[in-house]
Design a protein around this ligand. Structure first.
Ligand SMILES: C[S@@+](CC[C@H](N)C(=O)[O-])C[C@H]1O[C@@H](n2cnc3c(N)ncnc32)[C@H](O)[C@@H]1O
Length: 196
């Protein structure tokens, strides 16, 4: 049985899905097994600035904070204004930026950052048109520091990031984990950037 807070998050998620099905890309928020697998793979260090893209109602945000990431080290980038309001209420002290992931380098610069060591993405990349997916892949790769990690999930077997952009930006990636307990089951991909 879901508690009142989880029910509220699910209802909001469903409402936003009805408004923007392709942009939201799922009918329910990710479950805790997927959130924990994503954060474990990201392995944020205590001093790392962590950027989460497409947080929705915040299941990955909650797992990041539970793993020890300080609210002041966490930057969320979310497109949807209703999710942004929800996240600001739910996670005081966390920086929540309303913006488009394809503009990540500019959005981070406005927060005083250039490259960051850890990026966690909940974006529905495989539901996006190819040019949009390529632009977001490029933006995330550009904002990742050398030797940094980017973790992205997908409901599909194919790689979530655009291969050409991955190669051009010096990333390497592999499917690191399958989370059967999530609804639907999900694959977790780990990308890393070679030293400059
Ligand atoms: C599949 S939902 C995942 C939400 C949450 N991470 C989870 O796992 O439950 C995708 C999220 O990405 C956001 N999103 C979609 N396109 C975006 C973009 N271009 N820039 C930033 N956020 C975006 C959606 O609004 C939604 O919150």
């Amino acid at each position: 049985m879901l508690n009142a807070k989880s029910q509220k998050s699910r209802l909001l998620f469903w409402q936003r899905y009805l408004r923007r099905p392709l942009g939201v890309g799922a009918i329910v928020p990710s479950g805790s097994s997927l959130a924990e697998a994503m954060v474990k793979l990201l392995a944020p260090g205590v001093d790392d600035i962590v950027v989460e893209i497409g947080p929705g109602t915040g299941p990955f945000t909650r797992a990041l904070l539970a793993s020890g990431v300080a609210p002041s080290q966490l930057i969320l980038i979310e497109f949807d204004a209703e999710f942004v309001l929800h996240l600001r209420q739910k996670f005081p002290g966390v920086t929540v930026v309303q913006g488009d992931a394809s503009e990540l380098p500019r959005l981070l610069k406005e927060q005083g950052h250039d490259k960051v060591p850890k990026i966690l993405s909940g974006l529905p990349l495989r539901s996006m048109p190819e040019p949009v997916r390529a632009a977001i892949t490029r933006a995330m790769a550009t904002s990742l520091a050398a030797q940094g990690s980017l973790v992205q999930f997908s409901y599909f077997l194919a790689p979530p990031l655009t291969q050409a952009e991955v190669k051009a930006c010096g990333l390497t990636g592999h499917r690191a984990k399958t989370v059967m307990a999530n609804i639907p089951p999900a694959f977790v991909w780990h990308y890393s950037k070679s030293a400059a």
